[in-house]
Design a protein around this ligand. Structure first.
Ligand code: ARG
Length: 246
């Protein structure tokens, strides 16, 4: 016959449709930022931020998968809907708030200057005579741009923070300005010494937040609920201690 057939998947009348399986939310992260996010030898994305988001997701009842996403373009991937949320040691700034929404803050950071041991650098202003490496488009880039002038050719912009620090080791730049946690970790684990850090009280405290697409209030509420939950039950403190000591 040529009669129309019911599609095989159509539920019989009266049978309640099975609930749609929960979608796995895609988390973008620039995984070249140890100890916050990096890729281990098995290609898994690991780190403090990763553990925090996994715990938040578990608390708030959603599933996540992490996708390595270069910093350049990470905010765009959120705006385009290619990523549902971002965790990437992202500092909450007023400028970024215009194009995305942030969770409550989950970590405090500050810029830190890395130089050779023998560099005559005591405070931020002293780097004015040096070639300075930063990760392009970060808050480190911003503060250095403010001090030296955005288009000053003494500023060398790198795709990742480790690349900037490698160039410090190689002598191509004489200073790097980046988030304290990453600078300290890199110098301790990737160099044989010879470098020091210089802090400066003019650097403001930076608050890391988890970003969602502007207007995604529902997901934001769940993330905040998860963050509150893992703070209240001690999970956050445990994760923090396992990376940074108590
Ligand atoms: N906190 C700085 C910023 O938001 C640097 C973050 C870089 N993160 C990364 N995973 N590469 O600009």
């Amino acid at each position: 016959g040529c009669g129309k057939q019911e599609p095989a998947s159509a539920p019989a009348a009266g049978t309640p449709a099975a609930p749609a399986p929960a979608r796995v939310l895609v988390v973008g992260t620039d995984a070249a930022y140890t100890p916050f996010e990096s890729q281990n030898d098995r290609g898994e994305i690991v780190g403090f931020d990763i553990d925090v988001v996994k715990a938040v997701a578990q608390k708030a009842g959603f599933e996540v998968k992490f996708v390595n996403t270069p910093w350049e373009g990470i905010f765009n991937s959120l705006a385009q809907g290619d990523r549902d949320l971002l965790v990437s040691a992202i500092t909450i700034t007023d400028e970024r708030r215009q194009t995305m929404d942030f969770s409550q803050s989950y970590f405090d950071a500050r810029q830190l200057i890395a130089v050779r041991n023998d560099a005559p650098i005591a405070r931020f202003e002293d780097i004015k005579t040096l070639k300075v490496g930063v990760q392009n488009g970060t808050t480190g880039d911003e503060v250095v741009g403010k001090l030296l002038g955005k288009s000053n050719t003494a500023i060398k912009r790198f795709e990742s923070t480790p690349l900037a620090l490698k160039e410090l080791e190689a002598g191509g730049v004489q200073a790097v300005v980046a988030d304290n946690g990453v600078v300290v970790h890199y110098l301790a684990n990737n160099t044989a010494g010879g470098f020091k850090t210089v802090s400066d009280t003019s650097f403001p405290v930076e608050k890391y937040g988890i970003a969602v697409k502007k207007g995604n209030a529902e997901l934001l509420a769940r993330i905040n609920q998860g963050l509150e939950g893992i703070r209240a039950d001690g999970t956050y403190a445990k994760i923090y201690a396992s990376y940074f000591g108590s």
